[in-house]
Design a binder for this molecule. Sequence first.
Ligand code: ZN
Length: 409
Amino acid sequence: MDCVPSIDGAWIQRRLEELAHISALTDRLWRPSYTPQEEQARCLLESWFVQAGLSPRRDAAGNLYGRTGGTGRVTLVGSHMDTVKGAGAYDGTAGILCGLAALQALLAQYGPPHTPVELVSMVEEEGSRFSDASFWGSRSILGQADPALLSCRDEEGITLARAMTDAGYSPSRLPEARRDDLARYFEVHIEQGPILEHRGVQLGIVDTITGLGTLEAEITGRADHAGTTPMDLRLDALQGAARLILQLPDLARSFRNATVTAGSFQVFPGSANVVPGRVSILVDYRAPDPRDLEQLGRKIRQAAHSLETEGFGVVTQPRMSVPPARLDKALGHLLEQCAQELGCSSMHMISGAGHDCQLFAGQVPSALLFLPCRGGRSHCPEEYAAPEDLARAARVLAAALYRLAWQHP
Ligand SMILES: [Zn+2]
């Protein structure tokens, strides 16, 4: 494909490293939403948008846009700029910089497109400052930002509404952030898992973003003296919980591409010399098929309640549920074709992590392109993507954008 300009992966990587130096913590990267550090990063991105020939603007939620010329419905390309605590330099921002490199190259070679392309850098995807408000930026764009969440608080007790206002954005004008003029959405993201690297494939075309459920299970036994209560007269809640936990991997394996993780435990009273009287567990379960997700949730609940036959009290409560998102077949096919024509290997895959893309997929045709990251590591300082992999993803994106916005009026 001669029409696609070459892209310098080292250029992308240098900018990612520059952004990663802007952190709210001195020893690790954390860029929480609506902080001075996030604003500093946004200003830097904005200056790069302008250098690339994009017209910048910010919406009421703090999402930063850069727009090409052209008329008609908009092709939106984006990802998020907030990070988890102790993050790497690539999650989210790699997608923004790949989009920027693609648009900069296309604008330099061909001038403005027939139909507009916008690049967006979105706020609060991770929910690392406001855990209940993850996907806040994309939700605002899609008109799904629940105003009730404006009163949720960060660890310091600051509400989302206050944080937005202090950062210069406007909770009351949030409805203005909504877009009804989008034709489609593209997101480039590091895989955050080991599959591409393991199989030696250069790019992943995501068909489905897996669905997610969270279940809270509380198991009540009886707190007793650890020295005086014989082993066969105890009702140890942690022993019950442990038996439940041991069943979870087999439950996950009984569904295709499902995972179950029990990563959060609270033991009461939590003393070495007291038989645990009560245990609270949070179980995260995921599956790409909506029926599997529902059944898996039911089986986990059943496994928990089966402890009742041993005398334990069991209360289960669903905490969160996000259905799987099917991405657009035609856009996926276009990315696959562009990859092939540029001589890149690609494979279809499922995303086990959530992305802004899954929200867009509910309203407009959406596509998610994965590039490999070393060792599959992510959400940690070791996160790394090679310049040639960044460049490949940006070039395939550029080829798809060229066809949709430059070639076809
Ligand atoms: Zn991300």
